[in-house]
Write a protein that binds this ligand. Structure first.
Ligand SMILES: [Zn+2]
Length: 186
């Protein structure tokens, strides 16, 4: 596996955890490397990854995702639908989760939030984790909005780099926190 990508995954896993965007075992990140996806393994702690906690799976579904994050199918579909996306990140952002329970869209009201993500769509799915429905609906939204939210669960974001994808997750949460604390949510 590509050592540079592994280092990046370890770094940004730590960033997402230390910013409070994930709890001890939530969240996952991946990077596309040609016809492979390097992704966090299922069940390991995102903030404390080591090289052995990252697995390489095929971009085409070859049925060998067993060790990978349960959200590998969402990551794969995002890459397959968005050739310009080479990094995907997912986090259980708390304020955005609260807003998602009532809203179909989260609209940042602060300057930076609205600059990066004018609208963050929220989708409702009967199954929200390890879900074929999420894997089917999220890729088109990433293409249009960069980040999208699964009601009551968490956000997915895609970018050219992990830094970009993690920036969007960070903005999802900071913008949601501002909306919540300002009392402007409906
Ligand atoms: Zn999740």
């Amino acid at each position: 596996m590509n050592k540079k990508i592994i280092k990046e995954i370890i770094l940004f896993g730590k960033v997402l955890y230390e910013q409070g965007l994930n709890h001890s075992h939530s969240g996952n990140i991946s990077v596309r490397d040609g016809n492979n996806i390097l992704i966090k393994k299922h069940g390991v702690m995102l903030g404390y990854l080591t090289e052995k906690d990252i697995v390489s799976i095929n971009l085409d579904n070859d049925g060998k995702d067993k060790e990978a994050s349960v959200e590998a199918k969402v990551h794969r579909n995002i890459y397959l639908s968005n050739p310009g996306v080479t990094a995907v990140a997912h986090a259980h952002t708390i304020y955005a989760t609260v807003l998602s329970l009532k809203s179909k869209v989260i609209k940042p009201v602060d300057s930076e939030g609205s600059l990066y993500l004018p609208e963050i769509p929220v989708i409702s799915c009967s199954q929200t984790i390890c879900s074929d429905e999420v894997a089917a609906k999220i890729p088109a939204l990433i293409s249009k909005y960069k980040a999208a939210f699964v009601r009551g669960h968490g956000a997915f974001a895609g970018g050219k780099t992990l830094s970009e994808a993690c920036l969007y997750l960070s903005v999802v949460e900071s913008a949601s926190k501002i909306i919540y604390l300002s009392g402007l949510q409906k």
